[in-house]
Design a protein around this ligand. Structure first.
Ligand SMILES: C[S@@+](CC[C@H](N)C(=O)[O-])C[C@H]1O[C@@H](n2cnc3c(N)ncnc32)[C@H](O)[C@@H]1O
Length: 296
């Protein structure tokens, strides 16, 4: 059991709050990414030989290069094919509207890509999820996707330190008639999880938990989430392929935030692989999502 509720760590988290609330601007397409301490932009990963060509191709298509390709797929054209063939035609008008609102936001690299949203929706239906939790909301693309997939009496506890960004997407969620499913809780994730652990009703409660927040805390979240998710329920950790950087040679000039979080993601992947309380599968959708089904 992890005990990172120590005063020292609380002080560290509190010192990060301001940064979480007001992270520096995300990069424009083609620029080196600026970092937010919360969930750094998920940059385009193209092979280093064809990166510039792919970027030029993106520009011709009139899409934002960085946001347009959040997949670890090495072929930009193939990713575009997936979006145009299987994702956009099935995306709801509310998701499209929220995606377009988010595209105008300076930190838009943080959003869940639409193919991952579609994957989450199918998964939630496959497991008949009803009670879910989302850690890391931003403008709410994955939250809206979850709300669309849940039954009418489904519920989502959604936690984020930044209410302002959530409020950008909230009118779309309201227009979709999904407000009744959402319990947005503003604040830091870890103390809120600790509070939930004190309430009996949340023990073994959730069918699904989506974790898309601060990568350096995922291992700390994991111990807590294993008590909150029910046996047979699923936790999905986002960004577990971390821009492809996990297997890249040392000299690849990744932005600072990629290099900073890389060891935490490497550690998480090892922790999950060694944990006999879960069955896992690491899915190369988006920036990688590892599904963990609690078995004990
Ligand atoms: C990648 S974004 C979430 C993207 C979102 N799932 C979507 O679909 O757009 C990460 C979010 O986590 C939040 N966050 C990061 N660390 C946090 C923490 N320790 N406590 C609360 N929120 C945090 C940030 O404010 C940010 O909105």
């Amino acid at each position: 059991m992890c005990t990172l509720t120590s005063l020292t760590n609380l002080v560290a988290w509190i010192s990060r709050v301001q940064l979480l609330k007001d992270p520096p601007l995300a990069p424009k397409a083609g620029e080196t990414a600026a970092t937010t301490d919360c969930d750094p932009p998920k940059t385009v990963v193209v092979s280093h030989e064809n990166g510039n060509a792919a970027h030029e191709q993106d520009k011709k298509k009139g899409r934002h290069a960085a946001v347009g390709h959040k997949s670890v797929l090495q072929s930009d054209a193939l990713y575009q094919y997936i979006l145009e063939t299987s994702v956009y035609p099935r995306e709801s008008p509310y998701q499209k509207e929220l995606r377009e609102i988010t595209e105008k936001h300076p930190w838009n690299l943080m959003t869940t890509p639409p193919d991952e949203g579609q994957f989450l929706m199918l998964l939630l239906k496959l497991i008949n999820a009803k009670n879910t939790m989302e850690l890391g909301v931003y403008t709410g693309y994955s939250l809206l996707s979850t709300a669309l997939a849940l039954p009418d009496d489904g519920k989502i506890i959604a936690i984020d330190i930044n209410r302002q960004n959530y409020e950008l997407g909230a009118p779309v969620i309201e227009k979709a008639g999904l407000n009744h499913k959402i319990d947005f809780r503003e604040g830091l994730i870890l103390p809120q999880l600790d509070d939930m652990l004190l309430e009996e009703k949340y023990i073994d409660f959730f069918d699904f938990i989506f974790v898309d927040a601060d990568k350096d805390n995922y291992v700390n979240y994991h111990e807590r989430l294993l008590k909150l998710v029910k046996v047979g329920g699923v936790i999905g950790y986002d960004n577990t392929l971390w821009n492809g950087s996990l297997v890249a040679p040392e000299d690849v000039p990744y932005p600072k935030y990629v290099r900073h979080y890389r060891p935490f993601v490497l550690e998480l992947n090892q922790v999950l692989a060694a944990d006999d309380r879960i069955e896992i599968s690491q899915i190369p959708v988006g920036d990688g999502i590892t599904l963990c089904r609690r078995i004990k």
